[in-house]
Write a protein of this length. Structure first.
Length: 467
């Protein structure tokens, strides 16, 4: 492999060097593109469905034998606590299973003919073909499961895929690629690249790429979309502000642990973390105080410690940013109920703010840190209006025992998914998942991604023997 320099992978918790990996230069990135493109252009080299199924079943078996190893790798490089990283690994294994089963659903349908005079004596049907070369650019916060969503889906759909992991968390990706090779993925069908942002842009926008899967910053995602070659499809997954509407009749003891989990899971570094909680004024302060008491009890620290509930932020600069945003909110009049300070250079205390102003950054932007804002409301429609006022619309939630109120809120919230009596970060890997408006384009979820990574071809057969 041609290289320019080494990528140093550090633990986000203690900043210790974990490993150094070679970075690829322009010639090496070009070679990966040539390899993937040549495989797709040669239809005789396409892997039949039954072989893809066998390979992925073997990969799943190999992953099941490496759960502990994969968990520790993900926790160490990404900072997500051990027990949550283990859940991620098990999800990733199940994701491979879902993709394997979905291969049989990549099918077309018959198109009716003979219903006009001009269409008689014809039989028509569609088939689904792989779309072509897939370039996937991933994020740090789920370093194994996201890679499954962006590589295994492409391979299962019959596409050669080039995966660029986050520079902070490449080791889980490397481990999965090695597992896939061991399972029998032929050379060149799943390739990992580590390269500069400039070369990543060249990869994503190359005309030989038919599909771009991007998870990360909206600024970068929308920029890359503007540079895509004509005809290249894309799926963009960006951030959100995850609003929650809490009605007066919400069951506090059931709701509280869900909000704590949804708000502070992975130190809030999830695109659908609970961030803005709009609560009826009669219960708002109690909910905020109870949330703060629960947040203060969370164990913050080393992600490899099985007792840890909240780990570090991915970079020390993120600790600085979150601290600055919280200070701005408090200076602007927010009531700080807990946290509000760094625990170390890498960890920030779980924080609850009550009634921060609507013009400060914790209210206007995605926080991506362990901070939950609680807002008191008297008019639910105005609370929904505030929830919808940001340009980010991803997942949202409502807590109530009133089914009519729940359905009305679901209808009025601008979101791709609304959870009723559950936190905004709920996800299973077969459901549609993605943002709308500034939060992204297209839907993830393994079956949906696989459908997107194929395209339809119509065949019309004419014969006088057909009625």
């Amino acid at each position: 492999m041609s290289t320019t320099h080494k990528l140093k992978v550090h633990s986000p918790f203690d900043q210790q060097l974990i490993k150094e990996l070679p970075m690829m230069d322009e010639a090496a990135v070009e070679k990966t593109l040539q390899t993937a493109y040549a495989l797709f252009q040669n239809q005789s080299a396409w892997i039949p469905a039954y072989k893809r199924i066998a390979i992925l079943e073997k990969a799943r078996q190999l992953m099941e034998g490496k759960v502990e190893e994969l968990t520790k790798t993900a926790a160490q490089e990404g900072g997500k606590p051990y027990k949550d990283s283990k859940v991620e690994v098990l999800r990733a294994i199940n994701g491979v299973k879902i993709a394997t089963e979905e291969i049989s659903q990549l099918k077309g349908e018959q198109v009716p003919m003979g219903i006009t005079e001009s269409s008689v004596n014809r039989l028509a049907f569609t088939i689904r073909e792989p779309i072509g070369v897939v370039a996937s650019i991933s994020a740090f916060n789920h370093p194994l499961n996201l890679i499954v969503h962006q590589t295994v889906t492409a391979f299962a759909a019959g596409c050669p895929v080039i995966i660029k992991p986050a520079s902070t968390t490449p080791l889980s990706c490397q481990a999965l690629v090695e597992i896939l090779k061991e399972a029998g993925v032929p050379e060149g069908w799943v390739q990992m690249v580590l390269c500069t942002n400039e070369l990543t842009e060249k990869l994503a926008t190359d005309k030989r790429v038919n599909f771009l899967s991007f998870i990360g910053s909206g600024k970068i995602g929308w920029y890359l979309k503007s540079k895509l070659a004509p005809g290249t499809r894309c799926a963009l997954e960006h951030g959100g502000a995850a609003p929650v509407i809490v009605a007066q009749d919400a069951v506090m003891e059931e709701m509280l642990p869900l909000l704590v989990k949804g708000g502070f899971y992975h130190a809030g570094q999830v695109c659908v973390s609970v961030q803005k909680v709009f609560v009826h004024e009669k219960i708002a302060r109690k909910l905020a105080q109870d949330l703060a008491e629960a947040a203060e009890k969370l164990k913050v620290g080393d992600p490899l410690d099985e007792a840890t509930e909240v780990g570090p932020l991915i970079r020390t600069g993120e600790v600085d940013r979150v601290e600055e945003w919280v200070k701005e909110a408090v200076d602007g009049g927010a009531e700080l109920l807990c946290g509000g300070k760094r625990i170390s250079d890498t960890c920030f205390a779980p924080t609850v703010l009550f009634n921060p102003p609507h013009d400060v950054r914790v209210s206007k932007e995605e926080i991506f840190g362990p901070v939950v804002c609680v807002y008191s409301y008297s008019d639910r429609d105005k609370a929904i209006e505030l929830a919808n006022s940001l340009e980010y619309h991803f997942q949202a939630a409502v807590f109530t025992k009133d089914i009519d109120l729940a359905l009305d809120t679901v209808q009025k919230l601008n979101a791709t998914a609304v959870m009723v009596n559950d936190h905004t970060a709920f996800r299973v890997d077969w459901m549609p998942f993605g943002g709308r408006d500034a939060s992204g384009e297209g839907l993830g979820g393994i079956p949906h991604s696989m459908q997107d990574m194929t395209r339809e071809k119509l065949m019309v057969f004419k014969s006088k023997l057909l009625s």
